[in-house]
Design a protein around this ligand. Sequence first.
Ligand code: NZQ
Ligand code: ZN
Length: 390
Amino acid sequence: MQSFEYKCPTEIIFGRGAEEKTAQKIKSYGGSRVFVLYGGGSAIKSGLLARIERNLLEAGLQAQKHGGVQPNPRLSFAQRAAKAAKEFNADFILGVGGGSVIDTAKAVAHGVANPDVDIWDFWSGKEVTKSLPVGAVLTIAAAGSESSNSAVLTNEETGKKKGLNTEFNRPVFAIMNPEITFTLSRRQIACGVADIMMHTMERYFTKIEGNKFTDLVAEALLVNVIDNGRIALANRKDYEAMSELMWCGSVSHSNFTELGRTKDFSVHKLGHELSGKYDVAHGESLTTMWGAWARFVYEDDAPRFARFAEKIWGVNSGGTEERARAGIRLTEEFFREMDMPTNFTELGIGHLTDEEIFYLADMCAGNGKVGLFHPIDRETAIKIYNSANK
Ligand code: NZQ
Ligand code: ZN
């Protein structure tokens, strides 16, 4: 087991009606002028935004709403929103939505606290040393941004989609009412299930030995997400299933499934280039790339993949190699069962040319390497992208 430090300070308020505590929580973290970010309209349609607004105003808080965050959130939107939040003199940023809204809220918080710095500088390596508090009202179980230390933005000028990891990205609280997710479409639920699985799988496939408890946590989480994902896809108003997904979504990306090891995240990086270039949904980018990645790397540690097959999919016959391959096949079959893509044609971007593949590989690895399980350089990235190019 590697040495580690673990801190996940986000206060979780979970359950029916949790959003009624939004104002109370903002006040407890010192907020009085609240800049409220939301997405393309689902929170208006469901009535959630109006409920939140009423809750804030009744508590005597000043609020300014700012809608229009897109999936794969854009840098320029965050820059404009930060300007508006600064003009409003915001002292608290509230994201009402999924990963895209919450990540934008984090970027806006950094922008307001550092008005002389271009937000993208933080995504390019500049250290964040101060920010505003961010709260999240979660509307979709997926990205885990509500308690993670990451935020992902797309710089539309360069086409680069990139994450920033800093403890300043941790929201001070996350409101999680599973009933709020009842309005999700089948596709959005499936994207969420895939992303939650992937946050654990990208930490499970590791070369670090030992660490049994973290393995058991990861395996239990994966089995639970698959079981409850199936229930939620059959009935999106199943409160228990949506609760399991929502809580697993947070645990999966709060680093709890990583303790004592180091995450890989190659599949995320390969997938981010697809989203940066073709604006595909994050969950779909992951299911498209995972099988291609897994088939390329599994021989590095076939026993690890065989264990995954046994613990997650119940494969307990055949040799190590055979079980490892069965686990990859069954994972892809589950993605297809959810109507998720497993290659470029299913993703809707068609068969790519060599130049297009080279572009993706350059953006992903450049002259360096990404990932740890099997460090991926440009040449390897080309092979993996080509394997998904069906
Ligand atoms: O914009 P609205 O109208 O709200 O619709 C959204 C959006 O179209 C819709 N939606 C959300 N809640 C809903 C709902 N529709 C109906 N009812 C509801 N209750 O769902 C669509 C997707 O929303 P989005 O916020 O993009 O989803 P998600 O949570 O999957 O976030 C994806 C983004 O997060 C990043 C991804 O790369 C992507 O940009 N990630 C962030 C991470 C982090 N900060 O820790 C880690 C992840 O690995 C991921 O990279
Ligand atoms: Zn993800």
